[in-house]
Design a protein around this ligand. Structure first.
Ligand code: 2AM
Length: 188
């Protein structure tokens, strides 16, 4: 029998009030582009590293590694700001504020994961919060939606925790869901 696996990523997430502010700004955009496939607000996050499908038994080592990273990096003041798109298919909101700190946190998390012996796709970080995707049968709307949302800037908020998140992607039918495997306060 193959070993049990988990699909994991490392992320920070805005608090509910920052998400609500963005959701308000998005409402007219979604009204104008009703066929976009929206991510659930509960699932909104900013990925710092995508680890992919890993054997479940690596989780304890990841916990130890990421707990130490969180303890040695500070909370970050960020703003959700601007919008853009990947490949005319993915609509995202951008970030402002202590983005350099976000890059440092991501680099440290990635280095700690690698040092614990876990291999993953170490692509350069491009901080964003994915909001919606185009449906396969209707690619229209993403660039227009990005242009409509591009003037948005939310109030500052603090990313206060580092999250190790599991995804059910590829595990049967139904929507993609994320669940916190663990999270740690940023106290460095
Ligand atoms: P996204 O937000 O731009 O969609 C879980 O899939 C998270 O990991 C998503 O936030 C996704 O980015 C991110 N991610 C990064 N690289 C990925 C990849 N190669 N495959 C799937 N998700 C990836």
């Amino acid at each position: 029998e193959p070993p049990a696996t988990v699909r994991l990523f490392i992320a920070v997430a805005p608090p509910d009030d920052a998400k609500a502010e963005l959701a308000d700004a998005l409402a007219p955009v979604y009204e104008a582009h009703p066929r976009l496939r929206r991510n659930r607000i509960e699932d909104w996050h900013i990925t710092l590293a995508f680890l992919g499908e890993l054997p479940s038994d690596v989780v304890p080592a990841l916990r130890t590694a990421l707990e130490a990273v969180a303890a040695s990096h500070p909370a970050l003041e960020l703003e959700l700001s601007g919008a853009g798109h990947f490949d005319d298919r993915v609509l995202w909101c951008g970030l402002r504020g202590e983005v350099a700190g976000l890059h440092r946190l991501a680099s440290a998390a990635r280095a700690a994961v690698a040092a614990s012996g876990v291999r993953f796709d170490d692509r350069p970080l491009s901080p964003h919060l994915t909001l919606a995707r185009a449906r396969r049968d209707n690619p229209d709307g993403v660039p227009q939606a990005a242009a409509e949302l591009s003037g948005f800037t939310g109030r500052p908020w603090r990313a206060e925790r580092l999250h190790l998140v599991g995804s059910n992607f590829g595990r049967g039918p139904g929507p993609i869901r994320y669940r916190d495997v663990a999270s740690w306060p940023l106290t460095g």
